[in-house]
Design a protein around this ligand. Structure first.
Ligand SMILES: Cc1cc2nc3c(=O)[nH]c(=O)nc-3n(C[C@H](O)[C@H](O)[C@H](O)COP(=O)(O)OP(=O)(O)OC[C@H]3O[C@@H](n4cnc5c(N)ncnc54)[C@H](O)[C@@H]3O)c2cc1C
Length: 385
């Protein structure tokens, strides 16, 4: 699988960094359900988590494709960027919609690793995918908002200082859209944690520091409103294409990891006096996963190219995420099957990566919702919900 890929220097740098966090490191984090702090610190210190922050604010000022290369290589190395990937796309909300004062206040510290912006609070237990039905309210009282409600699946909240929060600041106006009246607030969780903000962990099938949040009259300074009041849904949507592309890159990294593992094991392991990969029943699922992965990779390249030319490639970003998540899942299936019983033994990492790869069929956007986007917005079929 040696073919030219963009950002070779960044890829080589990530490979070197990941070599210090080998299989044993991820296995131990997984067994202990522990946040990979040392890995995240190393990435931060090397500046990679500030890759997309403009140089004027202390970051590397690199294009989105560089962020994609970073995340892909982490996953290809056997690691998991879910512990920190949100910093790349959550930061975009401030960059695109924040005031100059907000950018000056937060971005340089985020770039320097002094402030962590890892948390993104949108999903709620009762509304699920239907974001417009969220119930968390933020009521303005003088120079602050008072937030009440609940979020679920707010990943990394325990390991983040700041959170981008979507809440309802005004009721749906008569004749307005359900998404009107939602606003984005930047919450400094250090000021409210353990007081008006309660965070409880939600243990999951893979090691993913995700949580449930409860807001009980939580104050947020009015100056932390991002952009205009009531326009928050639009701001969150505007970051979705970048998020889809970055997640697609992680899936492609996972797919490559599974394919390489399956190929190597299949060529080494001899049963009935010959390598198991000589059997086409073993070989074809691996080849098929490779074909899916390469297709997804091309689609991601196209989406990134259009984005970096200033476009907003909804179709390509959604297709890239869909195809990449399908490719990584096909590769995971092929890999665990090729390993046979050993696929279930923790020491080979296959079962861990298998559990981790499954997430991307559901989050951050489920496969059905992407199909629905394509059906409605690309193929112009009737909206289903
Ligand atoms: C580990 C993990 C981490 C996460 N991290 C974050 C985070 O940091 N911040 C955050 O805000 N959220 C986060 N999420 C939430 C994630 O984005 C949602 O789980 C996802 O969007 C699906 O929403 P839901 O779980 O409420 O499912 P539901 O909305 O209840 O949907 C359940 C199923 O029904 C399907 N479905 C629902 N409506 C339709 C429809 N109209 N047509 C077809 N199918 C439909 C969905 O596709 C899904 O498969 C995380 C989730 C997980 C599991």
């Amino acid at each position: 699988m040696d073919y030219p890929l963009g950002h070779p220097e960044i890829r080589a740098g990530i490979k070197r960094l990941c070599a210090d966090f080998a299989s044993r490191y991820w296995q131990e984090c997984d067994a202990d359900d522990a946040y990979p702090s040392a890995f995240v610190e190393a990435l931060t210190e090397a500046g990679y988590l500030a890759a997309l922050i403009p140089e004027a604010y202390g970051g590397m000022g690199l294009p989105l494709s560089a962020g994609a290369a970073i995340l892909e290589e982490i996953h290809r190395s056997g690691g998991n960027a879910a512990a920190c990937h949100a910093q790349m796309y959550t930061m975009g909300t401030i960059l695109r919609h924040g005031s100059e004062a907000q950018k000056q206040k937060y971005l340089p510290d985020i770039a320097a690793g002094k402030l962590r912006l890892q948390a993104f609070g949108v999903t709620e237990p009762s509304s699920g995918t239907d974001t417009s039905a969220l119930r968390t309210t933020a009521k303005q009282e003088g120079d602050r908002f008072i937030v009440n409600g609940q979020k679920i699946w707010t990943s990394r909240a325990e390991y983040s200082d700041l959170m981008v929060l979507l809440a309802r600041t005004s009721p749906v106006p008569t004749g307005g859209r359900k998404t009107d009246g939602l606003s984005v607030l930047l919450v400094d969780m250090r000021e409210v944690r353990g007081d008006t903000l309660t965070i409880t962990s939600v243990p999951t099938m893979m090691n993913h520091a995700t949580t449930q949040l409860f807001f009980d009259d939580m104050p947020v300074p009015a100056e932390n409103l991002i952009g205009e009041e009531g326009k928050g849904f639009k701001y969150i949507l505007s970051g979705m294409n970048a998020e889809r592309m970055l997640i697609a890159a992680e899936c492609i990294g996972d797919a490559k990891w599974f394919i390489e593992k399956a190929r190597d094991y299949g060529c080494d392991r001899e049963v009935f006096g010959r390598p198991i990969a000589q059997n086409q029943g073993v070989q074809f699922p691996i080849a098929s996963a490779y074909s899916k992965m390469r297709g997804a990779e091309l689609m991601l390249d196209k989406a990134l190219q259009l984005y970096e030319e200033g476009g907003n490639p909804g179709e390509e970003a959604n297709l890239a995420k869909l195809q990449a998540a399908d490719a990584s899942w096909a590769a995971a299936e092929a890999c665990i099957q090729t390993y046979g019983g050993f696929g279930f033994a923790r020491e080979y990492d296959v079962e861990r990566k298998y559990r981790e790869a499954r997430l991307y069929q559901v989050a951050p956007i489920s496969t059905n919702l992407i199909l629905s986007y394509i059906g409605e917005h690309v193929l112009k079929m009737p909206r289903s919900y």
